[in-house]
Write a protein that binds this ligand. Structure first.
Ligand code: PFF
Length: 466
């Protein structure tokens, strides 16, 4: 008996789920850092232009592939009548397969900080006097990062076991609005702090003097856009496979891009004034302040700022890490779902068994990253700690998958198939020519440029560190 595929209960549920996947650590810790570094308003403008064009096109493509095939990324390409391209499904599955375990480790770090701030806010434990020392001691501790990762992973798996409608949809219904409300509230709070105006100007006003290299800004914005919109990871294909035929793909894509970009820009309002003005972190570099990227920003710089806010600090910290926790959870849920769906579709097995397989995989492979700065610190892959190695490899694999998807759709499958899928909801698609030009020429060329730069950087023969 052929089981009917799970589906979202409506277009709102789908947009919420896809936006929940897109809005994650990338919005909170990477976008503000890039904007601060690459000319403020200039970076924001380039990012907006790219996400509304290229981001929109790629999102429509992945969602439509999933909805047409009614399969996860692993088996979708074969289902479209091109079994030779099944290898692309395998590549697209490798991305979440290797990102998920270390994303869960970082999720575990967020759990640890959430618990620490809850402790200090409720005066159960004293705040860490030196946030950097706290972070270094935590990631090097014998068991703590692993245990924290397991807690985070367990929370994700519970939602996945409950299924598409009862688990993912319901979790998003609570987590996404809460996340948005917290992000708006924190930005408003930061704007009222004395001196915030200078930080906001720093973030928004274009600074042409810091933008001597336009290529770097464009590539940086494009790489960020891929990660932020969860593109080339199979997720939007899997989520699209649960979408109802009568719902509009382009409308959903516009809303997802809008929600993701809104939170990215809002994160800048939350973080940049705080870091630039209150912590005055980092040395001026080429006229701009160099703020920490990634873990350094979230787990060291911001906690230093919270410490300087006095009695309000622990509460602001707790609020902030609750927001980060929700963002990380919903993104990890999407990756786990893409993998669970792939196992279900490929092995035709039950959801429960697939969740068990993916759970064991995440914990086993995640352990490498969790212990990688502590008890297994001598373990290195190509000279890098496991977490950094997986992250770097995925930065290369993602543009390869994205470029191949464009080549496949543009030159093998035909863009008409994607446009026809978009028209199934009965609407007129007004961007046909634009779509064809983007998917056939513009996207592969631009994505190819990211790839060449990344590969050169890894080989140490040039390329840009962004
Ligand atoms: N898009 C998420 C972010 O901006 O943080 C991250 C992410 C989600 C990455 C899902 C990978 C993924 F498969």
């Amino acid at each position: 008996m052929k089981k009917t595929r799970a589906s979202w209960s409506g277009s709102v549920a789908f947009v919420l789920a896809a936006a929940a996947s897109a809005i994650g650590l990338g919005n909170l810790w990477r976008f503000p850092y890039l904007a601060a570094r690459y000319g403020g308003g200039i970076f924001i403008a380039v990012y907006l232009a790219l996400s509304l064009t290229l981001g929109f096109v790629l999102l429509v493509t992945e969602i439509a592939i999933g909805r047409y095939a009614r399969q996860s990324q692993l088996t979708a390409f074969g289902e479209l009548g091109h079994p030779k391209w099944n290898f692309l499904g395998v590549l697209a599955t490798l991305v979440p397969l290797f990102i998920l375990p270390y994303y869960n480790v970082i999720g575990g770090w967020v759990v640890r900080y959430f618990a620490a701030y809850a402790g200090t806010a409720f005066a159960v434990i004293a705040p860490a006097a030196d946030p950097k020392a706290f972070f270094d001691a935590f990631v090097a501790a014998p068991w703590a990062p692993f245990v924290a990762m397991c807690v985070f992973t367990a929370a994700v798996l519970v939602v996945i076991v409950l299924g598409v409608k009862n688990g993912i949809e319901k979790a998003n219904l609570v987590l996404v609005p809460a996340l948005l409300a917290m992000a708006v509230a924190l930005s408003v709070y930061v704007a009222t702090l004395p001196g915030a105006g200078a930080g906001i100007r720093y973030y928004l006003v274009p600074d042409f003097s810091s933008c001597d290299n336009v290529g770097k800004v464009v590539l940086g914005a494009m790489g960020q856009m891929f990660y932020s919109l969860s593109l080339a990871m199979g997720i939007m294909i899997t989520y699209g496979s649960y979408m109802r035929r009568r719902d509009s793909v382009p409308k959903a894509a516009v809303r997802i891009v809008a929600a993701d970009t809104f939170v990215a820009v809002l994160s800048g309002f939350m973080i940049i004034p705080v870091v630039v003005v209150f912590a005055s972190a980092g040395a001026a570099e080429g006229g701009r302040v160099a703020i920490d990227a990634g873990p350094g920003l979230m787990f060291e710089t911001l906690p230093k700022v919270f410490l300087s806010l006095g009695a309000a600090g622990p509460w602001i910290g707790l609020f902030f890490f609750t927001l980060v926790l929700f963002a990380a959870l919903t993104s990890a849920i999407s990756m786990t779902e893409a993998l669970v769906a792939a196992v279900c579709d490929f092995f035709k097995t039950s959801r429960g068994k697939s969740v068990a397989v993916i759970g064991v995989w995440s914990v086993a492979v995640g352990a490498l990253s969790a212990f990688g700065y502590g008890r297994w610190s001598s373990l290195k892959f190509f000279g890098l700690p496991p977490l950094d190695f997986f992250d770097t490899s995925m930065n290369i694999l993602t543009p390869i998958v994205a470029a191949l998807i464009c080549v496949f759709v543009g030159w093998i499958l035909s863009p008409k198939r994607i446009l026809a899928e978009c028209q199934r909801s009965g609407e007129r698609v007004g961007f046909r020519l634009f779509y064809v030009i983007m998917v056939r020429f513009v996207a592969p060329i631009l994505i190819g440029a990211i790839l060449v730069s990344e590969v050169c950087r890894c080989l140490g023969i040039g390329g840009w560190t962004i």
